[in-house]
Design a protein around this ligand. Structure first.
Ligand SMILES: [Zn+2]
Length: 295
C-alpha cells in the first residue's frame, strides 16, 4: 500500500498536482540559511570536488536553444571537510552504471578517481545525495560495503521510494530490506542535516531531488544544486535542458531555475555549484573555491 502511494505520488509529480506534498517548490534562501546554522557544532572548513567520469554532449542538451558545440559534462562528488572528519555529497558510480549513461557510446571513465571516491565513502562521517540517479547514488547502492555505507547514508523518503519503485535503471533498484539499511528522513521544505549543512527540497529533475546548502566556518556559503541545471548557463539564462531521455515537470524546473538565478544575482556570498558543469568546476578550483581532489 505504501509502495502504491509512492508510485501515485511520483506520477503526480509529473502532472504537478497539488495532491502530493512532495511536488512543490518553495525554497527560501533565508530559511535555508537558518536551517544550515541550526545544528550546534563546529562548522566545516573547506570543500573538495572530484571528477570520476565524463559525458560528451553538445551544449544544446544542457541548455535548450544553445549551440550544438562540444561540451564536457563532468560526473562529480564533493567532500565537505570538518576539523574532525568529513561528509560526502554524492557517491560516484561503478563502470557498469557509467556505461548506462553513454547509451551505447564509450565515454571517459577514470577508475583511479573512482577508487578515491570509494575510499572517501568508507572514511566519511556521513553521506548525503543531491538526488537518486545512478551517477549520484550508485557508489553506495552497488558497493561491496553496501551495509556499512548505507548505515551512514541519509536518503529522503522520496528518494527511497523512487529507488524501490521507479529507479532510473535496473542496476540501482533497491529492495525493502536494502531500503531499511539507510537513515531515512522526511521533511517539508528544509532540514538541518549537520553543523553548517541544510537540505532543501527541489523536486523536478527527480522526485527526491534536494538542494544541499553549506555554510563554512569562514562564513562562505555554497549551494549544491544537483542536476537542476547541467550547466551554469542554464541558471544565468533561466533556461532548462533539452534532453529527450529525461522527463522533468516544466513548472517546477522553471521555479527552481528562477530561484537559483535570484540567488546568483542577489546573494554574492553564495557559490552555486552545478554537479556536471566542467567549466565551472575548473573555474572554482582555479579561484580556490573548491579543492581539487579528495583528502
Ligand atoms: Zn547527474
Amino acid at each position: 500500500m505504501r509502495a502504491f502511494f509512492a508510485s501515485v505520488c511520483a506520477a503526480a509529480v509529473l502532472a504537478v498536482s497539488p495532491a502530493c506534498a512532495a511536488e512543490t517548490f518553495g525554497a527560501d534562501i533565508a530559511a535555508i540559511r537558518t536551517a544550515a546554522s541550526a545544528m550546534p557544532g563546529v562548522k566545516p572548513i573547506r570543500i573538495n570536488v572530484i571528477k570520476f567520469a565524463e559525458s560528451r554532449r553538445t551544449k544544446n542538451f544542457a541548455i535548450k536553444g544553445a549551440p550544438r558545440e562540444p561540451s564536457i559534462q563532468a560526473r562529480t562528488a564533493f567532500q565537505v571537510v570538518y576539523p574532525d572528519g568529513y561528509v560526502m555529497i554524492d557517491t560516484g558510480m561503478d563502470l557498469q552504471v557509467h556505461k548506462f549513461f553513454g547509451r551505447g557510446v564509450e565515454e571517459p571513465y577514470f577508475p583511479e578517481q573512482e577508487k578515491k571516491v570509494e575510499a572517501a565513502l568508507r572514511g566519511a562521517k556521513s553521506i548525503v545525495v543531491t538526488h537518486e540517479h545512478g551517477d549520484h547514488v550508485a557508489g553506495v547502492l552497488r558497493s561491496p560495503d553496501f551495509t556499512a555505507l548505507a548505515g551512514k547514508t541519509t536518503l529522503t523518503k522520496t528518494q527511497v521510494a523512487t529507488l524501490m519503485n521507479e529507479p532510473q535503471m535496473p542496476e540501482i533498484k533497491i529492495t525493502a530490506e536494502q531500503a531499511g539499511k539507510f537513515k531515512t528522513i522526511d521533511y517539508d521544505k528544509t532540514f538541518s542535516y549537520a553543523p553548517g549543512i541544510a537540505l532543501a527540497k527541489s523536486p523536478g529533475h527527480t522526485p527526491g531531488s534536494q538542494i544541499i546548502f553549506v555554510t563554512l566556518a569562514s562564513g562562505r556559503e555554497y549551494l549544491f544544486t544537483g542536476d537542476i541545471a547541467w550547466h551554469m548557463d542554464g541558471v544565468r539564462t533561466t533556461t532548462g535542458k533539452d534532453a529527450p531521455w529525461i522527463t522533468e515537470p516544466a513548472d517546477l524546473m522553471a521555479a527552481e531555475l528562477s530561484f537559483l538565478n535570484g540567488v546568483m544575482k542577489n546573494e554574492k556570498n553564495v557559490t552555486i555549484v552545478i554537479s556536471h558543469d566542467e567549466d565551472q568546476r575548473l573555474d572554482y578550483i582555479k579561484q580556490g573555491l573548491l579543492g581539487d581532489g579528495l583528502e
